[in-house]
Design a protein around this ligand. Structure first.
Ligand code: NI
Length: 138
């Protein structure tokens, strides 16, 4: 349990907050603060887990993004070309009129796989990026 509580003020797009509240409501959270604390813990856990991705790995990157975000499709293609040596294949699904799902099969050094995932994640209009890998046993 954290003893010292700090208060913070954050600005969020309304639709993001609405979706978050919907999930909190569905999951029966007593307060938004508790939900945000949980979300931050999950974020930290995910990054710690990502930090453990080392050595030769094979994996998949799953990403969801906004097809209508200006310039995003081209940026995503450019980034993937930049990492062509670790990308084996990719699969694109046009989920709805404006949402795309892309699955990228990767093989290479763990650090590089993470760099690729983080580059994709940091683009505006990218909703989520998940990297899942397995170690290659020699
Ligand atoms: Ni698409």
């Amino acid at each position: 349990m954290d003893d010292d509580l700090s208060r913070i003020g954050i600005s969020l797009p309304k639709n993001l907050l609405d979706r978050f509240d919907e999930i909190l409501n569905f999951r029966g959270y007593s307060s938004r603060s508790e939900g945000i604390r949980d979300a931050i813990r999950t974020y930290i856990t995910y990054y710690k887990w990502m930090a453990d991705v080392k050595g030769e790995r094979e994996g998949v990157i799953t990403m969801v993004y906004d097809h209508d975000q200006r310039g995003l499709l081209m940026t995503i293609t450019d980034v993937q070309h930049e990492f062509h040596d670790i990308i084996k294949a990719s699969l694109h699904s046009h989920v709805t009129q404006n949402r795309c799902l892309e699955v990228i099969l990767v093989h290479g050094d763990g650090a590089q796989l993470k760099t690729l995932a983080e580059r994709l994640m940091s683009q505006k209009g990218v909703e989520s990026v998940k990297l899942t890998t397995i170690a290659i046993d020699s």
